[in-house]
Design a protein around this ligand. Structure first.
Ligand code: AMP
Length: 423
């Protein structure tokens, strides 16, 4: 019996992995330039970390976590997102003196027991970043401008930035009460989930996708009308800087995000081409979470971009890197294979993609394979060439052929592929 991968868990095949690698390298370059240091966090954490940070009333904690007991009976969870672990690490290592700002970036898999569909998987990868210790609106704007830059550099244009502010602990309770009253009067028109959440978490109704709920909340009180003066100023600062930087945005007061820990600025980058799962990245400020998880009062902000969704956009854009090129060493016969084997090592060591057949095959089938592999050059060595210590070098794009000495292959390929003289 064959064993298949678990539903919602994907193999990333080489062609796709090349796009991922391209995305990752741009991500590390761009975020490195903005001063974000890389951090690698564990995949497993104690369950209570997520229950306490993400919030008990959220989809993630209610029904999407991969939770199990380890052999000593502790409840562990495969991380559903990166922020909670990042905050845990920040607190645990006291990464920074009180007045210091810490900036981190990470890439890695997350796990959520969601219903798999296009753009939604049970293991998916996120490219994320978090900043601790800076509450100014400059920080929010920096992160959004940097993200816009990242999308641009990775070759994705046309994502739409949706922006909102959720206020703070001083002003949000007032809004929450107003909204709760409003929803309580219309509770019979809400879906089961929203109805159940109205007493604890009425804001969640704002981004419910059910048509009936959308109709109700369309005329609900709007959060931006309830911000206190500091939150209003903060939000105005963010939008002013975005406008000055030429980053377009749309204010979306229904966007509350599915996690409990957000405050003030929240945002999502949407891409129409993605279909139903159209959020390519999202995040926001979470000024209270560090203290809630036992750290000092520390303002913070972060985002996560979905790798699979971003890769879909990159694959349709012109940003994908070449996965081909190099040279196919086409050995006709066992002596030629033996002779070309060390040559392949030299070429690879010189950073040139070099493929060699280890089994004897006809020239025709080797040329076909070279074509499939997308190489730029084919180097053909049969018995006759071998006797003369020569090879036939064919440029696959022009069809031109020439003879080269075997001892000249590496410098020749270097010149032709890397465009540099050999010394
Ligand atoms: P979130 O942590 O829910 O704010 O998600 C941040 C980003 O991660 C989203 O905008 C998506 O691009 C991506 N994402 C979230 N959940 C999934 C999933 N189940 N499968 C694939 N990508 C996801």
């Amino acid at each position: 019996m064959k064993i298949a991968a678990i539903k919602g868990f994907n193999d990333i095949l080489p062609e796709q992995a090349a796009v991922w690698r391209h995305i990752e390298s741009v991500f590390h370059r761009v975020l490195g330039a903005w001063g974000y240091g890389e951090i690698r966090l564990p995949l497993l954490e104690y369950t209570e970390l997520f229950a306490r940070s993400i919030g008990g009333e959220t989809d993630i904690v209610e029904k999407e976590m991969y939770t199990f007991s380890d052999r000593s009976g502790r409840s562990l969870t495969l991380r559903p997102e990166g922020t909670a672990s990042m905050v845990r690490a920040w607190v645990q290592h006291t990464l920074g003196a009180p007045a210091e700002v810490g900036k981190f970036r990470y890439v890695g898999p997350m796990f959520r027991y969601e219903r798999p569909q296009k753009g939604r998987y049970r293991q998916f990868y996120q490219l994320g970043a978090e900043v601790f210790g800076d509450e100014s609106f400059y920080q929010d704007a920096e992160m959004l401008i940097m993200l816009a830059r990242f999308f641009h550099e990775v070759g994705v244009e046309g994502t739409k930035l949706h922006l909102n502010s959720l206020g703070c602990q001083a002003c949000r309770p007032h809004y929450r009460d107003e909204l709760q009253h409003f929803l309580a009067d219309r509770v019979d028109r809400l879906c089961d989930d929203c109805r159940r959440r109205v007493p604890q978490n009425p804001l969640r109704a704002l981004d419910c996708k059910q048509p009936a709920c959308r109709e109700v909340v369309a005329v609900a009180p709007r959060i931006l009308d309830y911000l206190d003066a500091p939150c209003r100023e903060h939000f105005a600062g963010v939008t002013r800087l975005l406008t000055a930087a030429g980053v377009e945005y749309e204010i979306d007061q229904f966007m509350v995000r599915g996690l409990d820990y957000y405050s003030r600025t929240t945002f999502e980058f949407l891409a129409g081409e993605l279909g139903a799962q159209n959020a390519v990245g999202a995040g926001g400020r979470y000024d209270n979470l560090v203290a809630e998880l036992g750290g000092r009062e520390t303002p913070a902000i972060g985002f996560a971009v979905g790798m699979e969704r971003l890769a879909m956009l990159v694959a349709t854009a012109a940003g994908a890197p070449p996965t081909e090129g190099g040279v196919a060493l086409t050995a006709l016969g066992a002596p030629a294979i033996e002779r070309l084997f060390p040559l392949q090592q030299e070429l690879c060591a010189a950073g040139i993609r070099a493929l060699l057949n280890y089994r004897e095959k006809s020239l025709k089938s080797l040329l076909k394979k070279a074509d499939r592999d997308g190489v730029r050059y084919v180097l053909i060595v049969g018995d006759q060439e071998l006797e003369r210590e020569e090879a036939t070098l064919r440029d696959m794009s022009t069809g031109e052929q020439r003879t080269v000495l075997l001892t000249e292959v590496v410098p020749t390929m270097r010149r032709m592929i890397h465009g540099r003289q050999d010394n």
